[in-house]
Unconditional design. Structure first.
Length: 107
């Protein structure tokens, strides 16, 4: 998985918000707020392809007292939030796609 292009993370009044720019504004139509720990992961995700296991490992290395089970559950929720808002490129096609197939009998 990887983050899509044309997305930036900003801290606004103590809250972290993912802001679409350029062409991504048409696809990501709502503001997405994330936690401080999710923002920590974003810094890694913006420059790397990643798996849930990679992100779990990053959390376990950074935070003391977090269990792998809790980290995995939270990260799966985070990935779902990003996927639902068209922020993650996981290779799956979502939304509507139209393909026009030309009829060989028509000229």
């Amino acid at each position: 998985m990887k983050l899509k292009d044309d997305l930036i993370l900003r801290e606004v009044a103590g809250q972290y918000v993912i802001v679409p720019v350029g062409k991504r504004v048409q696809e990501v139509t709502s503001l997405v707020y994330i936690s401080k720990s999710a923002a920590y992961l974003w810094d890694y995700m913006k420059d790397h392809e990643f798996t849930v296991d990679d992100l779990v490992q990053k959390i376990l290395e950074h935070y003391v007292g977090v269990t792998e089970e809790v980290a995995r559950k939270d990260i799966e929720g985070y990935i779902k939030l990003l996927t639902d808002n068209f922020i993650i490129d996981d290779g799956k096609i979502r939304g509507r796609n139209f393909v026009r197939i030309k009829n060989p009998e028509m000229k």
